[in-house]
Design a protein around this ligand. Structure first.
Ligand SMILES: Nc1ncnc2c1ncn2[C@@H]1O[C@H](COP(=O)(O)OP(=O)(O)OP(=O)(O)O)[C@@H](O)[C@H]1O
Ligand SMILES: [Mg+2]
Length: 318
């Protein structure tokens, strides 16, 4: 485990943002800087150390970008024989080079428990993506089997909306043949993730997958998979007891920072409280710990902590 002193030393060695026009057209998400090179059909996904909450970027956390990129890469490598993915190379711990794909305009969401937005819809008596869940479910209850609840892929800043398979086909967002492949891939990835997570005392509760086609017309899973930004993880060995007692499951982190902000009286509006060093260190520790639980591997950060310079060197940029 990386020790506190090392994290402290690296509080100022974080990656806030990149500006590499040589790599292609920049699209900056809250956390990742994406560059598209349409001539080479390549995309550079640079995971920065930005921390976001309430839809805003707040501060940076040492090692966060590296951990995010390593997590997604870990799963892509483990599942590549099961479902083809967009990954080409990892030239730097924070960077993934992937096939630039034509993306399908839907997100495949798969759930094994009724929680989050599906629970809220269920409580209102609504279907979720056209699917009626069984009667009498309690919050966070396991479903009889995993259910795919697709959603539209909204433009930046807008929220994705659930959509039924029937509507997807009727609106020709994807063809039936393609949809069936996406379903198959979604079940396969989710099953693998669930089995692997269970060995590490985790429940993979639900996930979101995105798919696209490469220039050779291969359907591949894109973006990121089984990261804390795209999936929900609960702690397995306390789930039953807590569920039976009507308590919320133990979550594999993520909510810590939101919780801390709310303790400071911040609910998303007005000036943000100052994020002191102790909080940034604690967050780094938690991100590292989550990575290690999730992958069952030790995190060994790259020794070169001048991250921006290092990326420039590894990508052979001027
Ligand atoms: N291989 C790929 N080819 C084409 N587009 C891709 C590929 N992989 C990921 N993308 C797209 O890149 C975008 C990544 O955006 P990113 O996650 O950085 O920000 P965001 O999703 O807009 O916002 P947020 O920061 O809230 O996640 C997504 O729209 C995703 O669909
Ligand atoms: Mg995203």
């Amino acid at each position: 485990m990386v020790d506190k002193a090392y994290i402290q030393q690296n509080l100022s060695n974080t990656l806030q943002e990149t500006n590499f026009p040589q790599l292609g057209t920049l699209y900056r998400g809250k956390v990742r800087d994406n560059y598209t090179d349409n001539e080479k059909n390549m995309r550079f996904i640079i995971a920065t150390d930005r921390l976001s909450a309430f839809d805003r970027v707040i501060t940076t956390i040492p090692f966060k970008g590296e951990l995010l990129n390593q997590t997604s890469t870990f799963w892509f490598k483990k599942t590549k024989n099961l479902v083809p993915n967009h990954l080409i190379d990892i030239p730097d711990p924070n960077v993934a080079i992937v096939h630039q794909c034509d993306t399908f305009p839907i997100e495949m969401v798969i759930r094994n428990y009724v929680t989050g937005s599906a629970w809220r819809a269920y409580q209102r008596g609504e279907r979720v993506s056209g699917i009626r869940f069984p009667e009498g479910l309690k919050k966070n209850q396991k479903l009889p089997e995993p259910v795919i609840t697709p959603s539209t892929k909204a433009e930046k800043g807008l929220h994705d909306e659930p959509i039924s398979k029937e509507d997807i086909l009727e609106k020709r967002l994807v063809t039936k043949e393609v949809y069936e492949i996406l379903e198959e891939y979604t079940y396969k990835l989710f099953e693998f993730g669930q089995l692997y997570s269970a060995k590490n005392n985790l429940i993979l509760v639900d996930c979101k997958y995105e798919f696209g086609t490469t220039k050779d017309d291969e359907i591949v899973v894109i973006d990121e998979i089984h990261t804390q930004d795209s999936s929900r993880f609960w702690i397995k060995d306390t789930y039953q007891e807590r569920f039976a007692a009507g308590e919320e499951p133990d979550i594999l982190d993520k909510e810590f920072f939101r919780g801390w902000l709310m303790e400071q009286g911040y609910m998303g509006d007005g000036p943000m409280p100052e994020i002191v060093d102790e909080v940034r260190i604690e967050l780094a520790e938690r991100y590292i710990q989550s990575y290690e639980i999730l992958t069952n591997e030790l995190f060994t950060p790259d020794k070169n902590r001048k991250v921006l310079e290092r990326i420039r060197k590894n990508l052979k940029l001027k």
